[in-house]
Design a protein around this ligand. Structure first.
Ligand code: WT7
Length: 632
């Protein structure tokens, strides 16, 4: 057994072992953690119901493995290195011992507010260390956290609070992002006013110092809540399969689903993947630029790095503030060894010009990573040459909210790299490609829909409150397989390249957005009769949002009408879902059965109208010409 793969031969041996004896393989990895009771059985599973359980009967608390066990070996090592939005402010360095104290103290505060094991706690906070403390404090007492990205609107927040029936909401007064302060507490107030009856308390962290309205019977300041609370708190020991968190994510239909992850498997998998993919070495400084509001932040800012005892940098700001040299400045100042970011950020900084990187020395860098969307070849090379100076391997990590951790990726410095390829599955991961009939496509140099045929420890267990939806979405398309929603190609060497979503999900700047969700929002705009949303290639964002909108009659002031569409989407979902382009159309191309022909709309949005295929069978073929003529 090996805890850290050291060569490509070792990778192949480990991989073969993980397929031949998955239970033995994962039992050995799991044995490195602190358990209060060993598991009776490593794995129980079927993809029919689905029902997947790892380390069955085992009892533990993930935070003992993130915190307590490091107190003996690295109490004074920095656990969280916080870089504020404003570069003139001092970074905060929180050691493992301090983090332990803060988590315990806040866990005690949560208990005092009535939070118990199994209760859901919604966390709507900006990227301050208190956000990480909040997450861990929930886990400490067996409460289930549901982090909502602090850029979502009050309506979206309310939907999520209601779906999970959260008892407490944790928030901040405001969020400093770039030059702006965004009022966060106000959004929480608006959300709760939309009928979140389950909420008993709101705990407010003072961050920006902006004035906020406090409801005396419901709201309490963070600093008041922790006053006099002890800095130790016995961890609530939970079952391996007890819920750790819910994280909402978009799909092709309906409202976002609450993806559920559990304590045991998620712990083993995020730590294993963090340590191996990045080849983390003790003492290294690691920086993932994601927001904890997304799964990347959960698994690879908080849990994975802390489980492995790493120093995890947490950044409050944005890549271009105060200027597009910010990332490189942070890497230099904090001597970052491992840097993990999104292709959209790389493209934006590349577009800002080389002056921001020229002359900058970043000798500390050892490994670079990307995540969230396909990286284009130009951005890959720029990252490799300008940032990594051709001496840092780039790990293009493919995974999803539902997978909990990285599944297909190079192992830094070990797997041969190929630009734009996520390359090979990690040990324990069994991908396959299937055709439209559900048949597995064997051999190499092939393309198909990406599925997984065996569970790994961090696979989602259910979608909160609706197990049937989980089955339908991921396990019903292909028998005995988990369907990812992505298309992929496997090259002659067996390496995987992720092509992109094959469903009605678009990936905007690495954020997953369901077209149906945006359409529902647009349709709430006054005078809008119907709409259709598709993705189109966008230089910086990867994909942009193109909305075709039908109004109830002639639109005299198109600019004002479009603005009202944008305002509605911002109100219903948040600024991240705002269409980049809006075209007011007289109708939408439909089949005789009334289905919108998205294929045609996608082509027009892409600016490729040369071959729209046969449109004569449409209910309203004449509308296609009109849409083509009015394309924006
Ligand atoms: C979707 C999952 C994984 C954490 C962030 C996004 C796309 C993700 C890659 C990659 C190409 C990628 C897929 C996937 N995706 N990583 N390295 N190369 N595409 O998590 O919001 O759940 O989105 O992001 O389409 O299905 P998510």
């Amino acid at each position: 057994m090996t805890l850290q793969i050291k060569s490509i031969d070792e990778y192949h041996t480990e991989y073969a072992r993980s397929v031949a004896d998955p239970e033995g393989f994962w039992a050995e990895q799991a044995a490195t953690f602190r358990w209060h009771k060993p598991w009776r059985q490593v794995l129980k599973w079927n993809f029919r119901e689905p029902n997947v359980q790892w380390f069955v009967g085992g009892r533990l608390n993930i935070t003992e493995n993130c915190l307590d066990r490091h107190l003996e070996t690295r109490p004074n090592q920095v656990a969280i290195l916080w870089e504020p939005n404003d570069p003139k402010r001092k970074p905060r360095k929180i050691t493992y011992k301090q983090l332990y104290g803060q988590v315990c103290q806040f866990a005690n505060a949560l208990k005092a507010q009535g939070v118990k094991k199994g209760d859901r706690v919604c966390i709507y906070m900006p990227m301050t260390p208190e956000l990480a403390v909040a997450v861990l404090a929930c886990a400490r007492i067996g409460a289930i956290h549901s982090v909502v990205f602090a850029g979502f609107s009050a309506v979206s927040l309310a939907d999520r609070i209601k779906d999970a029936q959260c008892k407490v909401v944790l928030t901040s007064d405001g969020n400093s992002r770039g030059p702006k302060n965004i009022p966060v507490k106000q959004v929480v107030d608006e959300a709760i006013a939309l009928g979140c009856d389950s909420v008993e308390h709101v705990i407010v962290h003072q961050n920006t110092g902006d004035p906020v309205a406090m409801h005396s019977d419901r709201d309490i300041w963070w600093h008041e809540a922790i006053k006099g609370k002890r800095k130790s708190c016995k961890a609530t020991i939970v079952d391996s399969e007890d819920m750790l968190f819910i994280l909402y994510t978009s799909g092709s239909t309906g409202k976002p689903k609450g993806v559920v992850h559990t304590h045991g498997g998620y712990m083993v998998y995020t730590e294993y993947t963090f340590r191996n993919v990045f080849q983390y070495q003790p003492g290294e400084v690691y920086w993932c630029t994601a927001d904890i509001g997304w799964v990347t932040g959960h698994s690879y800012i908080v849990y994975g790095p802390l489980l492995a005892g790493a120093t995890s940098v947490m950044f409050e700001g944005i890549p271009t503030y105060p200027d597009p040299g910010r990332f490189w400045d942070v890497i230099q100042r904090h001597k970052v060894n491992i840097f993990y970011t999104a292709p959209t950020a790389i493209r934006a900084l590349m577009a800002a010009g080389d002056t921001w990187v020229k002359g900058r020395r970043m000798p500390s860098l050892r490994v670079l990573g990307t995540v969230g969307e396909p990286i284009n070849e130009e951005a890959w090379h720029w990252y490799n040459e300008r940032i990594g100076k051709k001496r840092c391997p780039i790990v293009d990590t493919w995974w999803q909210t539902e997978t909990g951790g990285i599944l297909i990726t190079p192992i830094a410095g070990i797997t041969p790299l190929k630009p734009c390829y996520a390359t090979l599955p990690l040990p324990g991961v069994q991908p396959c490609l299937v055709d439209a009939n559900g048949n597995e496509i064997e051999g190499n140099d092939v393309e198909g829909m990406l599925c997984l045929k065996f569970p790994w420890p961090a696979i989602l267990r259910t979608t909160y409150g609706d197990h049937e939806r989980c089955r339908q979405t991921y396990f019903a398309a292909f028998k005995d397989k988990y369907f990812t929603g992505d298309g992929a190609r496997r090259d002659a060497d067996g390496m995987y390249r992720i092509i992109g979503r094959v469903d009605d999900v678009i990936n905007v700047s690495g954020h997953r957005i369901g077209t149906a969700e945006v359409e529902d929002a647009i349709n709430k705009t006054p005078r809008v009769v119907e709409s259709a949303v598709v993705g189109y290639p966008h230089d910086i964002k990867g994909q942009g949002i193109y909305a075709y909108v039908i109004a109830d009659g002639p639109v005299a002031d198109e600019a004002a009408f479009k603005k009202s569409v944008l305002d509605t989407v911002t109100r219903e979902i948040g600024p991240i879902a705002k269409p980049d382009k809006i075209q007011v159309v007289p109708g939408l191309p439909k089949t005789r059965s009334g289905k919108i022909m998205r294929r045609i709309l996608r082509k027009i949005a892409e600016g490729d109208t040369s071959n729209l295929g046969d449109t004569t069978t449409l209910l309203n073929p004449e509308v296609v010409e009109e849409i083509k003529a009015g394309a924006v």
